[in-house]
Design a protein around this ligand. Structure first.
Ligand code: NAP
Length: 353
């Protein structure tokens, strides 16, 4: 029987790369779910559904009788701060419950549910924490919607023919213009505007963040990990950290980023990007015309609060990926080379000058 994946949150930063990975593999058929509509394609079918509507979800997903795998990468932000975990908990638990329950009831051959969480499981967003973060580390003080999702999934699964895997990535990096919650376009646009204004490239984050250890997960690498996690028998009912597998310091990377944009580097100067970059929309309009850039609305290009969050971590951010290696996932990405490669692409494809 052919594998049939249901990618929940198929248009998201993570979901879209899982879809991309699976549709190029002839062993897979893919169904993507999200509220927005999207075109079907070879081996891909899209279902637009609001997962918060339990009855509608049950009806729409009842036809997925041949689903074999679920990749759950949906996320709905509550209004206000992204770190407001208390208000995020209800909807994000409910979307998982409604989709997995509906698919589990419809699909007798379901083998595995891959749940995407992240290093916020460890409280990486709260401040300094124990590093390296290991899968066995105790949770932080709730609330955190990941806890509610995992607790529900592990309580619902016993007695089912399928099992689950939980993957914990950090700061996804890819080439996806129009997906603003990414550090790549933030760096690219910040650098381009600095250059346009005759400024050197200064690290805009906290002074301590320049020298601490950081880590990221390339989106394509994460998709490879998700495929591995879905299909390797040993992964059942296990959680894994998934990052590029290396660590870097912005201090060492910054000159390489400056070289991509042919700019001089200067000492860090902490600014709130949300405050200093939000008003640059008109300048970006001018630059778009002057340099014949592809037209992406400025607000769709970068979410500056996300960049402030990443550049504000003046504590080590460091996962241990030994467990995934021991269980058989051996891919690795050179993060510094990844930044150079992806930022060059932002220039080459005329997203930034
Ligand atoms: N991005 C990162 O760097 C990162 C890093 C670590 C962990 N994570 C975790 O990974 C998970 C996914 O994050 P993401 O960044 O990929 O999220 P995202 O880009 O915001 O994508 C969310 C997806 O969920 C769909 N969705 C939202 N509400 C829905 C609803 N009511 N019904 C149906 N679909 C709905 C969205 O499509 P529609 O809007 O069309 O509905 C979209 O396809 C989250 O738990 C996040 O914390 C992300």
């Amino acid at each position: 029987m052919q594998n049939k994946a249901v990618v929940v949150g198929a248009l998201g930063v993570i979901g879209r790369y899982i879809v991309e990975k699976l549709v190029e593999d002839p062993d897979w058929q893919v169904v993507g779910l999200s509220r927005r509509t999207a075109s079907d394609g070879p081996r891909y079918r899209h279902i637009a559904v609001d997962l918060l509507d339990a009855d509608y979800t049950k009806r729409e997903l009842a036809e997925l009788t041949d689903a074999t795998h679920v990749f759950y990468a949906a996320f709905q932000a509550a209004p206000g701060s992204a770190s407001n975990f208390a208000s995020n908990t209800g909807p994000n638990r409910e979307m998982l419950v409604n989709s997995v329950t509906a698919i589990s009831r419809a699909a007798p051959h379901l083998k595995r549910v891959v749940l995407v969480t992240g290093t916020k499981y460890y409280g990486v967003h709260l401040g300094p924490l124990k590093t390296p973060m290991r899968e066995t580390d105790p949770r932080h003080m709730p609330p955190n919607y990941y806890f509610d999702q995992i607790d529900w999934l592990t309580a619902y699964q016993p007695g089912k023919a399928w099992d689950w895997v939980e993957l914990r990535p950090q700061t996804l990096c890819g080439f996806a213009p129009g997906s603003p919650m990414s550090i790549l376009p933030a760096i690219a646009v910040y650098a381009a505007i600095s250059k346009e204004l005759g400024l050197p490239l200064r690290f805009p984050g906290k002074p301590g963040a320049y020298g601490t250890i950081y880590q990221v997960t390339e989106s394509t690498h994460f998709a490879n990990a998700a495929l591995w996690a879905a299909t390797d028998q040993r992964c059942g009912n296990q959680a894994f950290n998934i990052t590029n597998g290396d660590y870097f310091r912005w201090r060492n990377l910054w000159p390489k980023i400056a070289a991509v944009f042919e700019m001089p580097v200067a000492d860090p100067q902490t600014i709130c990007l949300t405050q200093h970059m939000t008003d640059k929309g008109p300048l970006w309009e001018e630059m778009t015309a002057k340099y014949k850039l592809k037209r992406v609305p400025y607000t769709d290009l970068v979410a500056w609060p996300f960049a402030d969050y990443v550049f504000g971590a003046d504590w080590d951010v460091m996962s241990d990926v030994t467990k995934s290696r021991l269980y058989g996932f051996h891919d690795a990405v050179d993060s510094e080379a990844m930044f150079v490669r992806l930022l060059r692409r932002f220039r080459e494809e005329r997203i930034v000058p």
